[in-house]
Write a protein that binds this ligand. Sequence first.
Ligand SMILES: Cc1cn([C@H]2C[C@H](O)[C@@H](COP(=O)(O)OP(=O)(O)OP(=O)(O)O)O2)c(=O)[nH]c1=O
Length: 193
Amino acid sequence: MTLILASASPRRRELLAQLGLGNAAFQFSVQPADIDESLRAGEAPAPFVRRLALEKAQAGLAASADANAVVLGSDTIVVCNDTILGKPADSDEAFAMLSSLSGRTHQVMTAVALCSAARTESVLVCTEVTFTALTAAQIHAYIASGEPMDKAGAYGIQGLGGSFVKQLQGSYSAVVGLPLVETRELLQKMHII
Ligand SMILES: Cc1cn([C@H]2C[C@H](O)[C@@H](COP(=O)(O)OP(=O)(O)OP(=O)(O)O)O2)c(=O)[nH]c1=O
């Protein structure tokens, strides 16, 4: 049995390795899945992030030559005042996203899906994150660091963005990109570990 991580995210690779899967006894391989990540008309945040995780896992399974493969797909979005924030397209969008997060509480939703030829399991983890108030100068300096650009909501809690987080209720690892407790439970459910 092969476990394939259908993700280009270095954070997800590191988090999966934290579950002890990247050792000599158990290897996983990484094969990013390229899917259309656009929101459908009328689609709410929770079903949207679940669908993307599932589609990444399904695309990974379809691309795999191994009939026994189990594929893990995951997606993270930030939801602020019912608006979905994905990755910023440019620094103006990053500025707008960080301004909207400043001094407020938002939700980070991460979905994980595991697909094999016979079975699919998935989970959604929602975490509440409260940002301290940020000045325009702080936001500009943060954007200049380059950190926001490949991250949902234009911040990384595991990096410089961590100093903006006043309070967190839920799963820290889910905010980074892969909820450790829930992913372990899914892997157990699928009899992978
Ligand atoms: C909120 C937040 C997001 N992120 C990252 C996690 C995800 O990598 C990214 C959200 O984009 P995703 O589209 O979920 O993932 P990805 O494109 O990086 O990787 P793939 O689709 O191949 O799995 O934002 C952080 O690293 N730290 C944070 O604090």
